[in-house]
Design a protein around this ligand. Structure first.
Ligand SMILES: [Fe+2]
Length: 237
């Protein structure tokens, strides 16, 4: 079951009060997720509706956002998104706004999905971080590091992957696991309680890289709840 409030007993999340604080706060003392909680004004679902039916992921650049015909509340939402884009860009980041109907699903022959619906850590070969915000729809979920086990450390899963690899344990197998990102995916332990990243909040989370002083923040995207009769209505039935 997903908690829809930030878990108060989880010391790896630190709340901040401003964008400046979000940028400047280091990941120390085990903290691997910073959250600037916000209540945004505007109808963000109207932007999704205005973009129209699409498959997969539609990237919305400024020009596309500006071209949408919106009501006053839709325009208010667009102003928020544009302001976020400009704020992040002004600080040397490269933000993108995606309207996501569905992410590509991984159909892995070993049964170990490596898509974004699986709990995972982002990674990079150099120091980097992930900023994320859900404006509308199903928001990302987090999994406490203490309630997660790497899938490659689950004996049955490791045996499946070894069979897929077709060799023996050792350095070459470790390279195989890394090259296919199997080492970045996690399974929740029994009784784990994932938490929701919520809507409108801007997060900065730690990712796996050689100099990261804390464990990476484990997270996943959630599939949209879809009404079977109308995939865009969002009624969740
Ligand atoms: Fe991710």
């Amino acid at each position: 079951m997903t908690e829809h409030i930030f878990p108060p007993d989880y010391a790896r999340i630190k709340m901040v009060q401003s964008f400046a604080e979000l940028l400047a706060t280091p990941f120390t003392d085990g903290v691997n997720a910073l959250c600037w909680a916000r209540t945004l004004t505007g109808d963000f679902a109207e932007i999704v509706t205005a973009v129209g039916e699409s498959e997969g992921i539609a990237n919305l650049d400024e020009e596309t956002l500006q071209s949408l015909t919106l009501s006053e509340v839709g325009k208010a939402a667009r102003d928020v998104v544009l302001a976020d884009l400009r704020l992040l860009r002004a600080h040397g980041l490269a933000p993108a706004v995606d309207c996501i109907a569905n992410y590509p699903r991984d159909d892995d022959p070993a049964g170990v999905a490596t898509d974004v619906y699986s709990f995972h850590a982002d990674s990079a070969p150099v120091a980097a971080e992930t900023y994320l915000c859900t404006y509308s729809g199903a928001c990302s979920e987090g999994l406490r590091n203490e309630q997660a086990v790497r899938r490659i450390d689950v004996p049955e899963t490791r045996a499946q992957l070894l069979a897929l690899y077709g060799g023996e344990e050792g350095g070459a197998f470790d390279v195989f696991l890394r090259e296919h990102c199997y080492d970045l995916h996690y399974a929740p332990v029994a009784g784990a309680r994932p938490y929701s990243f919520g809507v409108g909040h801007l997060w900065r989370i730690a990712i796996a890289h050689p100099d990261c002083p804390v464990p990476p923040c484990i997270h996943r995207a959630q599939a949209e709840a879809r009404c079977p009769c109308c995939p865009r209505c969002g009624c969740g039935t």
